[in-house]
Write a protein that binds this ligand. Structure first.
Ligand code: HEC
Length: 149
């Protein structure tokens, strides 16, 4: 429990740092650094769970352990309330669907060799990166730590 709390704080802190340094004008950055769940959008809460999920899988896969199940909230990626509802829906929805598809592909590797699990994991990280390169880029610092090299 304690560990989870710390990682959420770290994620938000890093997000905050990334946004304030060069993207203060981006609307999709509005809620950065807000660690109070009541003040955060539904989507930012899902994002934190997604980040934790991939961090857990990175650690599990590096240790040669099995994959960790995805948070069920990923089903709501397309409908979740965002801080900024004005962001490009076509781009957002395209990557959200791709992420959901890649979660299915990742889950299919549960009993596959480690190399395939790692490839599917890294595909998920690439999707985080691709979507974020279009919107608030602050979380990129967090995303770049999720790859398994
Ligand atoms: C479909 C596009 C998309 C994908 C894929 C995506 N993100 Fe996001 N992410 C966003 C948007 C848009 C926001 C802003 C959410 C808001 O404030 O409502 C965001 C916010 C965040 C935040 C900040 C949450 C907070 O504390 O407010 C983090 C961290 C984050 N994303 C990490 C990730 C990680 C890690 C992945 C991959 C597991 C990922 N994102 C995948 C679009 C995406």
């Amino acid at each position: 429990m304690k560990k989870k709390f710390i990682s959420i704080c770290t994620i938000s802190a890093l997000f905050f740092a990334g946004c304030t340094s060069n993207n203060t004008s981006q609307e999709s950055c509005k809620n950065e650094g807000d660690i109070n769940p009541n003040g955060s959008s539904e989507l930012s809460l899902i994002m934190r769970k997604m980040a934790t999920h991939l961090a857990e899988n990175r650690d599990a896969l590096k240790a040669g352990k099995g994959i960790v199940a995805a948070p069920k909230e990923i089903d709501n990626l397309l409908t979740a309330k965002k801080t900024d509802e004005e962001i490009d829906k076509t781009i957002y929805d395209g990557y959200a669907k791709l992420y959901q598809q890649r979660i299915i592909e990742f889950n299919k590797t549960a009993s596959a060799p480690d190399s395939l699990k790692i490839m599917a994991h890294n595909n998920l990280v690439s999707t985080c990166r691709d979507c974020h390169s279009n919107f608030c880029p602050g979380p990129m610092v967090v995303i770049n730590q999720l790859d398994i090299k």
